[in-house]
Design a protein around this ligand. Structure first.
Ligand code: BGP
Length: 476
């Protein structure tokens, strides 16, 4: 039956990641992660993709904004009280693997790290905010890169399994919603954040992803043993894809990209099997990865319960050479300019209808509950002397996306369970390490140079989102 609006138990909230939020990068026994050696600034992503950066902290050359994040580690009580004031039903957070196992593969977990997340989770539950936990959000322990070469090494499966078991056993009785790897499909392009490898070959990228699929299914297996009511989800970027024109060759080129980028990881994690187009792609491109029968059986036996995805923008594919000079940069991918869309200050094309298309497409393909785990506008906010921030542009972006989500639910019958806009409190940008690329309802007084006392201020969007939640998405 098609519903009249969002479900009564719809999980409104916000999303974050430990490495972009917490700071305290070397406190209470935490080890270094890949985020801790990722330089700040607009060159971050090109640098990380070039592989030309040290696996050490080099303060002479670079800045490291993730080291202090926005100091959530010490201010989480104040921040959670603000989330509660907005009426959050859920809060998507990640656990930093290196707070629990500083090297990623230590014999014993670090009790101080576990105690921190116990306190955070209890604080959320105090306000009846259901945590959603990402087990790995761009924060593989650095030791596993230096000693094991990152995710192409199958030993990481066992290390991850132990880490997942530790946190699921500790928190699995009080936390229902979990996700395994953040934006797992960025591994296809060899994102350092995702697979923790430098200068990897395409074969290594797919090997690393395979190892993560196995690790993800093992985490699902453990979750079910710990508490059968746990809901385990996968998480990938979804970029609605358009063919620039109706030339069948353009549509075919778009479809090929669509399969490998938007479907490949979801097909495996939701359906439990490698899709035939991927096997054909491997064969055509001489990609040979090591996949044992036992691993394939684990993937088959433990698919996820729901599918979550980040949605910031769509992308457009053209095979016409004259369009190739007019490229749009996006969230880990590029495309040609879509003449029907405008862009954010960081060049990401804004496309609310694309979100409805995404929801219909994914629900039609998989038929499992969907969770929009990231969405939002990275923008420059300019506070006045009283720190009043009139962020109508953000309200406009979010309202239009929520309106399209609602159409997907009401008009198209999609089973949507949650919406957690990205960076509900300002935090360090993943792609640039900037503070100036802000997404939050809550402003944090900190700039790109590290100036500011990190006080928190409610933006105009704070009260707007509060009334969206109170009206269950009716008042936009
Ligand atoms: C996603 C990541 C997040 C986040 C977000 C916004 O790709 O999962 O970690 O940061 O994008 O991107 P950015 O911070 O680069 O603007």
């Amino acid at each position: 039956m098609v519903s009249k609006g969002f479900r009564k138990d719809f999980l409104w909230g916000g999303a974050t990641a430990a490495n972009q939020l917490e700071g305290a990068y070397n406190e209470d026994g935490k080890g270094l992660t890949i985020a801790d050696i990722s330089p700040g600034g607009k060159l971050r992503l090109p640098l990380l993709f070039s592989g030309d950066f040290p696996l050490e902290i080099d303060r002479e050359k670079y800045t490291y904004p993730n080291h202090q994040g926005v100091d959530y580690y010490h201010r989480y009580k104040e921040d959670i009280a603000l989330f509660a004031e907005m009426g959050f039903k859920t809060f998507r957070m990640s656990i930093s693997w290196a707070r629990i196992f500083p090297n990623g593969n230590d014999q014993e977990p670090n009790e101080a790290g576990l105690a921190f997340y116990d306190a955070v989770i209890d604080e959320l539950l105090k306000y009846k905010i259901e945590p959603t936990i990402t087990i790995s959000h761009y924060e593989t322990p650095l030791h596993l890169v230096k000693e094991y070469g990152g995710w192409k090494n199958k030993e990481l499966i066992g290390f991850f399994e132990k880490y997942a078991r530790t946190i699921l056993e500790r928190f699995g009785k009080k936390v229902t919603y979990w996700m395994t790897f953040n934006e797992i499909n960025t591994g296809i392009m060899g994102s350092f954040f995702s697979t923790a490898m430098r200068n990897a070959t395409e074969t290594e990228n797919y090997q690393a992803l395979h190892n993560q699929f196995v690790a993800s299914s093992l985490a699902t297996k453990i979750a079910k043993e710990v508490n059968p009511t746990i809901k385990m989800g996968c998480m990938s970027i979804y970029a609605t894809m358009y063919a620039y024109d109706s030339n069948p060759e353009t549509v075919m080129a778009m479809e090929e990209k669509n399969c490998m980028f938007n479907y490949f990881c979801n097909d495996i994690q939701v359906r439990g099997e490698y899709p035939s187009y991927a096997l054909a792609y491997f064969e055509k491109n001489k990609i040979e990865i090591e996949r044992t029968d036992e691993e394939l059986a684990i993937i088959k036996a433990y698919p996820v319960d729901y599918l979550s995805f980040s949605y910031y923008m769509s992308t457009t594919v053209s095979i016409d050479p004259k369009h190739q000079d007019d490229k749009i940069q996006g969230n880990f991918f590029d495309g040609v300019r879509n003449p029907f869309l405008t862009s954010s200050e960081w060049g990401w094309e804004i496309d609310p209808v694309g979100l409805r298309i995404a929801l219909c497409d994914l629900y039609g393909r998989y038929g499992v509950p969907l969770y929009v785990s990231e969405n939002g506008l990275g923008a420059i906010d300019t506070p006045d002397e009283q720190f009043v921030i009139q962020d109508d542009y953000r309200i406009d972006y979010l309202a239009k996306h929520i309106a399209e989500m609602k159409k997907a639910v009401v008009l198209d019958g999609v089973d949507l369970i949650a919406y957690t806009p990205w960076g509900c409190i300002d935090l360090v940008s993943a792609s640039t390490g900037e503070m100036s690329k802000r997404y939050g309802f809550i402003y944090v007084d900190l700039d790109d140079e590290g100036n500011g006392d990190m006080s928190r201020y409610k933006k105009k969007s704070f009260n707007w989102y509060k009334s969206v939640i109170a009206s269950n998405g009716e008042e936009l």
